[in-house]
Design a protein around this ligand. Structure first.
Ligand SMILES: Nc1ncnc2c1ncn2[C@@H]1O[C@H](COP(=O)(O)OP(=O)(O)OP(=O)(O)O)[C@@H](O)[C@H]1O
Length: 241
C-alpha cells in the first residue's frame, strides 16, 4: 500500500528499501505522518520496525527511498543533521549514560550543540515527568527502567523535535509509568508542535493513543490508515502471536 501525501505532512517516507548483510529487510516502506498526530508503527517481532526508524533517523543507509521532514528532503543528511532538522529519537533500551547524573544526561544533546536549555523548556519537562526534577543529581544508572525512559524522552524534547520517534517506550515498564508516558505523549500531541511516531507492541496503548497506524509484515506495509480502521481481522492476521 502506498502512502500518498494528500495534506500537510510532517514526515513523508517513500519506498524505503534496506538490505543488511545480503538480506532484504525493508522492501519498499512508505509512511505518511500528519502534523499533531500520533502514528503507530506496528507488527510482530522482526518485521522491520526498528530498521524503518533507523532509516528515517539516518542511522542505517537506504538502498532506495526518500524521506521528507516538513517538506524538506532529509534522505541524504547525516543523523546529526536530521536531528537538527527536527527528528528526535528515543531508541529501544533508551541509551542513558549510567555514570552521568540525570542532569548531565538531560543536557547531553543540547550541550553538544552549544546551547543551554531555557528555564521554560526545563519546566515543561519537569511538568511532564516530575521524577526527573527530583532525581537530577542521581546517577542515570540508579533509575528504574521507566524512569530512564522518561529521562530519554525529556532529553529528546530538549532538542525541540518536529517529529518525536519512540521505539517501544512501554517495553519492560511498570503500569503506572506506562500511564504517565501515555499522558505525556497525549500532552505533546495536543500542544501542537510535533507529530509522534511510535513503534509499539502493546496494542491497547496504540489503540488509545494512535491517530493513524501502519502494520509491517516482512519488510512491507501490509495495512495502514486511521486507527479506527484497525479491525479485529487485521489484529488477528498481523499482530497476535
Ligand atoms: N544489524 C543486523 N544484522 C543482521 N540482521 C539484522 C540486523 N538488524 C536487523 N536485522 C534483521 O532484520 C529484521 C528486522 O529487524 P527489526 O529490528 O527492524 O525488526 P522489528 O520489527 O523492530 O522487531 P523487534 O520488535 O524484534 O525489534 C530481523 O529479521 C532482524 O533479524
Amino acid at each position: 500500500m502506498s502512502a500518498i501525501a494528500t495534506e500537510a505532512t510532517t514526515l513523508s517516507a517513500r519506498n524505503i528499501k534496506v538490505a543488511i548483510g545480503g538480506s532484504q529487510i525493508l522492501r519498499g516502506v512508505s509512511l505518511n505522518i500528519r502534523p499533531q498526530t500520533v502514528f503507530c508503527l506496528m507488527g510482530r517481532n522482526g518485521v522491520g520496525k526498528t530498521t524503518t526508524l533507523k532509516a528515517i533517523t539516518g542511522l542505517i543507509g537506504m538502498e532506495a527511498g526518500e524521506v521528507d521532514l516538513l517538506g524538506e528532503n532529509i534522505s541524504r543528511m547525516s543523523p546529526e543533521k536530521r536531528a537538527l532538522a527536527g527528528i528526535g529519537f528515543v531508541p529501544q533500551g533508551r541509551e542513558i549514560f549510567p555514570q552521568l547524573t540525570v542532569e548531565e544526561n538531560l543536557f547531553v544533546g543540547t550541550v553538544a550543540r552549544g546551547r543551554k536549555p531555557r528555564a521554560e523548556e526545563l519546566d515543561r519537562i519537569f511538568t511532564l515527568f516530575p521524577i526527573i526534577k527530583e532525581f537530577l543529581p542521581r546517577k542515570g544508572g540508579m533509575l528504574s527502567g521507566g524512569q530512564q525512559q522518561q529521562l530519554a524522552i525529556g532529553r529528546a524534547l530538549l532538542t525541540r523535535p518536529k517529529l518525536l520517534i519512540l521505539d517501544e517506550p512501554t517495553e519492560g515498564i511498570q503500569p503506572n509509568i506506562i500511564d504517565q508516558i501515555g499522558d505525556a505523549i497525549k500532552m505533546l500531541r495536543d500542544e501542537g508542535e510535533m507529530a509522534i511516531l511510535l513503534v509499539e507492541q502493546y496494542l491497547d496503548f496504540c489503540k488509545e493513543l494512535g491517530d493513524d497506524f501502519a502494520i509491517l509484515e516482512r519488510g512491507r506495509v501490509a495495512a495502514d490508515g486511521p486507527m479506527s480502521g484497525l479491525s479485529d481481522e487485521l489484529i488477528k492476521e498481523f499482530l497476535t502471536v
